[in-house]
Design a protein around this ligand. Structure first.
Ligand SMILES: Cc1cc2nc3c(=O)[nH]c(=O)nc-3n(C[C@H](O)[C@H](O)[C@H](O)COP(=O)(O)O)c2cc1C
Length: 476
């Protein structure tokens, strides 16, 4: 069952999903209340939720949402293990890493956490809410999607990879049946395939029918859009076209990668999406990456877009999840024209370029990076690899080098790799304790930061999501 398009028009503004927990339920809710699309980040939600619980869940919102979850036995298990009534003074417990295929393990935490995030974002209004997932993070996709569906999510948005299986997954999960996802396994033999499985019956007996949300793949090339439109024509509701100026991960340049004098990937005309060709596919589309201005919105509409997806401008709004001191530091740098952004081709273990804002005392500084001991305990960006006996293991290019090499990884792949999992948890104000210190943060944002000063002069540094929407939308 798909949402009735005759009742709901697609939104003009999509507030882009921003992980980890930067586009949290508060930000998404604020945007959705205004009739635009608020999108919660679905990345790392299991650990985000249990860290909120370990921090005492001060306003009780996580527990309020959990009370609405259909299987209270699972809620009880999670609360007994992770809820701490007083403010945390110790290292966080982490959700255990998936280590085999087919086992439920801690999948239920991802289900609960996605349910909580979407449920909270939907409170107090009739607007629509989306969830954003990174295709590269394979192990958590199925349970996260199911949790979001249980909370009646309206849109699913997925980039950083080719989300070819997702329309089928959404269909199966909405019908309450088991769903599978092909797991990319490095070193898999010809003809060998590995699948992740998730069965809603393990979450609740006789799962009810759920509404299938709109699905918007995030693309950076006509080739990918055309391929997805051909392979899953009925399962796609439109495209987000993301340019390399966008925050977070960027699609790598096409062909051989050349770096500029600073070491950033160079993009050229081959990386531009031909919008006329895209439009001919017949789907609505939104332009993302440097489109956070009323002028860019008007240009996008003239080019046939339904609207824009904006991240950076929303990322520094009052409601967003950035740790307050990081938000303040970046806003001050913008106001003093001291902002620097580096598109780092090495930082992300995914191998995709990742936009890094240069902020003192964060992993953008070489000294901070060099002094951090490599630890991999969150593991979202691990790749699956084939072991000699045909089973699979998981490795991450930012884990301790010797461990990675023992797992058959290559030394050159470890160079410059940063633990985005721990760093992004820290940037959302959930830093893990390591001995006497805390995990350092890493801030990502789009090139839009370089042009945000005029906006700040108009709205001030304490602006809200409402200010952003009012700024972007033409006055009727
Ligand atoms: C802090 C931050 C985190 C982001 N994280 C993600 C993410 O987890 N997944 C994703 O698909 N896009 C992510 N993005 C990209 C946004 O969803 C959006 O497409 C992009 O920011 C639009 O370009 P703009 O930054 O110029 O507005 C992120 C952007 C920012 C600023």
């Amino acid at each position: 069952m798909q949402i009735d398009t005759t009742i709901f028009a697609h939104p003009t503004i999509i507030q882009g999903g921003m992980g980890v927990a930067i586009s949290n339920w508060r930000l998404a809710r604020a945007v959705s209340q205004l009739g635009q699309l608020g999108v919660v980040s679905g990345t790392g939600l299991d650990n985000v939720m249990i860290r909120r619980l370990q921090d005492g869940d001060k306003n009780g919102y996580v527990r309020m949402a959990l009370e609405e979850f259909p299987n209270q036995a699972l809620v009880k298990t999670a609360l007994e293990k992770y809820f701490v009534a007083n403010e945390k003074k110790h290292a966080y417990k982490v959700a255990s890493l998936p280590s085999s295929l087919g086992a439920m393990g801690t999948d239920f935490l991802s289900v609960l956490a996605a349910f909580v995030e979407v449920w909270l974002a939907k409170q107090g209004h009739n607007g629509m809410v989306g969830i954003n997932l990174l295709t590269k993070i394979q192990t958590h996709t199925l349970p996260t999607l199911y949790g979001a569906l249980l909370a009646n999510v309206d849109y699913v948005l997925m980039g950083a990879g080719i989300p070819r299986d997702i329309p089928d997954v959404l269909e199966k999960l909405s019908l309450g049946g088991p769903a599978t996802l092909k797991l990319e396994v490095s070193g898999a033999l010809q003809g060998e395939s590995f699948t992740l499985e998730f069965d809603p019956n393990e979450i609740q007996a006789a799962p009810r029918l759920l509404t299938r949300p709109y699905f918007l793949p995030i693309i950076a090339s006509n080739v990918l859009a055309t391929m997805l439109a051909r392979k899953c024509s009925t399962g796609i509701s439109g495209f987000i076209v993301e340019m390399p100026s966008a925050g977070g991960h960027n699609a790598p340049p096409r062909g051989e990668v050349h770096l500029d004098g600073l070491g950033q990937p160079i993009y050229g005309t081959r990386d531009e999406v031909d919008l006329v060709q895209l439009k001919a596919l017949g789907y609505p589309f939104w332009l993302a990456g440097g489109t956070g201005s009323p002028q860019a919105l008007q240009t996008a509409l003239k080019q046939g877009a339904t609207g824009i997806q904006v991240g950076t401008l929303f990322a520094y709004a009052q409601e967003s999840g950035f740790a307050p001191e990081l938000k303040q530091a970046v806003l001050e740098q913008i106001q003093t024209n001291a902002i620097r952004i580096f598109t780092d081709p090495r930082a992300s273990p995914t191998g995709f370029p990742f936009k890094v804002v240069e902020v003192p005392n964060t992993l953008s500084e070489n000294t901070v990076f060099a002094t951090r001991a490599r630890v991999c305990d969150l593991g979202y960006l691990r790749e699956a690899y084939r072991l000699e006996d045909g089973s699979i293991g998981f490795r991450c290019a930012s884990e301790p080098v010797t461990t990675y090499l023992k797992k058959g990884g290559k030394l050159e792949d470890t160079i410059g790799r940063k633990c985005l999992c721990n760093a992004l948890m820290a940037s959302a104000d959930y830093p893990q304790t390591r001995g006497k210190s805390l995990e350092p943060a890493l801030v990502t944002s789009g090139d839009e930061l370089l042009h945000m000063n005029d906006f700040l002069k108009q709205y001030g540094a304490n602006y809200t999501a409402t200010d952003v929407v009012q700024y972007l939308l033409p006055v009727e």
